[in-house]
Each structure stands twice: as structure tokens, then as C-alpha cells.
Design a protein around this ligand. Structure first.
Ligand code: FMN
Length: 199
């Protein structure tokens, strides 16, 4: 499918048919998400994947009882990883593991450490959350490209999700994206006019 067709076809599904998406397809989708760009390439996000029925029921109650949560196949919970320093260390190790030398990456790593030092905890969270949305974009369009449906969702309680999913401290649920096969039909697309958005 051409990218323009993917963009026009994707829509926020309100209900899925409950059918399980084959693991192979999910793996393909996760790869599309994994390759999303991020600031400094720090990849300050993690995705909790929920398929378990009981857990989904609990999460639904913490998400305004929205049906997508329980009718989807896989629920992706995009979490901001606020341990920016930990990710800098991780990225440094990954670059060294990929053949870079300390000398080559010293300047880059020090620049990132300096940047991190100047950030408040609040700023780190906001910044990490922004990266989640870029990954979310890949998830939504990626799902459509694979013949799947999705719905971006912010209508949930991050605190309750963190508790239900027993997330490690530092991971903040930011946006969720149920994946599956839609059991509804898209509404006609409604968007502001070109001249209202671009100036
Ligand atoms: C960040 C974000 C949060 C959203 N949260 C919800 C949500 O909680 N529940 C829902 O049904 N749709 C949610 N939506 C879907 C939007 O309502 C939908 O994308 C918008 O109306 C445009 O429709 P379309 O995606 O079908 O083109 C959300 C969309 C975005 C981008």
C-alpha cells in the first residue's frame, strides 16, 4: 500500500472483533515501532503489551470503559521512560557494542549528559512523552500497512494503568494503542482546511 493510502485508510477504531492477530504480524508491527526516530536517538519509551483478558478488563475500567481495550487483540501501552540518564548509558554501551570507539562518541555522550543535567524531572517526563507519540505514529500507520486496525487513546488514567500493570517506577503510561481487526466502520474524515492549518 502506498503511504498516502495508508494515511487515508487509517482511522480510530472504536470497536474490534476480538480476533487474535498472529504473532508474526505483531512482530512486524513492533519492528516498525522500534525504528521510530527519537531525540538524540535516546528511545525514551517502552511499550507494555497486554493480551491477557483479565488485565484488559481491569484496564478498561481505568479507561472510561472504552470498548477498544477489551475487544482488541493486543493493547500497546506506550510508556515514557523518565530515566534519561539510564538511557544515555544504555545508548553509549550500544554504540560501543556496535563498533564505535570511546574517542569517537565522547563528545556526543558528554553533550547528552550535559543536556540531561539541565533538565527538571517534569521536563524529562514531557520530553520522553513526546518521543512516545512519534513511536505511536509508526504504530498506527504501521498497523494499517499490515492490514490491521488501531486507535490512539489518551482517555485513561495513567496512575491506575501503572498500578494495574505493576510498572517499574520511572515508566509513565502516556498513550495507548489497541491493535486488532476493527468491528466498526470509519466515519468520513473531517479535517480543517489546508489554509487553516498551514501558513
Ligand atoms: C492523542 C490522541 C488521543 C486520543 N484518545 C482517544 C480516546 O481516548 N478514545 C477514542 O475513542 N479516540 C481517541 N482518539 C481518536 C481521535 O478522536 C481521532 O483520531 C480523531 O477524531 C480523528 O479521527 P480518525 O483518527 O478516525 O481520522 C485519540 C486520538 C489521539 C491522536
Amino acid at each position: 500500500m502506498e503511504f498516502k493510502d495508508i494515511v487515508m485508510k487509517r482511522y480510530a477504531a472504536k470497536k474490534f472483533d476480538g480476533k487474535a492477530v498472529p504473532q508474526k504480524k505483531i512482530d512486524e508491527l513492533l519492528e516498525l515501532i522500534r525504528f521510530a526516530p527519537s531525540s538524540f536517538n535516546l528511545q525514551t519509551w517502552k511499550v507494555k503489551i497486554v493480551t491477557d483478558k483479565v488485565t484488559k478488563e481491569k484496564l478498561k475500567a481505568a479507561a472510561w470503559n472504552q470498548e477498544q481495550i477489551t475487544t482488541c487483540s493486543h493493547l500497546l501501552v506506550f510508556c515514557a521512560n523518565t530515566d534519561v540518564l539510564g538511557n544515555i548509558d544504555h545508548l553509549e554501551k550500544t554504540m560501543l557494542g556496535n563498533g564505535a570507539t570511546h574517542e569517537q562518541i565522547k563528545g556526543y555522550v558528554n553533550m547528552m549528559r550535559g543536556f540531561e543535567e539541565g533538565m527538571s524531572a517534569e521536563r524529562k517526563l514531557t520530553w520522553a512523552q513526546k518521543q512516545c507519540y512519534i513511536a505511536l505514529g509508526n504504530a498506527m500507520n504501521g498497523a494499517t500497512s499490515l492490514g490491521l486496525d488501531s486507535c490512539p487513546m489518551e482517555g485513561f488514567s495513567p496512575e491506575q494503568f501503572a498500578q494495574i500493570l505493576d510498572l517499574p517506577k520511572g515508566l509513565v503510561p502516556t498513550v495507548i494503542c489497541p491493535i486488532g481487526y476493527a468491528a466498526d466502520s470509519p466515519m468520513p474524515k473531517l479535517r480543517f482546511k489546508k489554509e487553516e492549518l498551514f501558513f
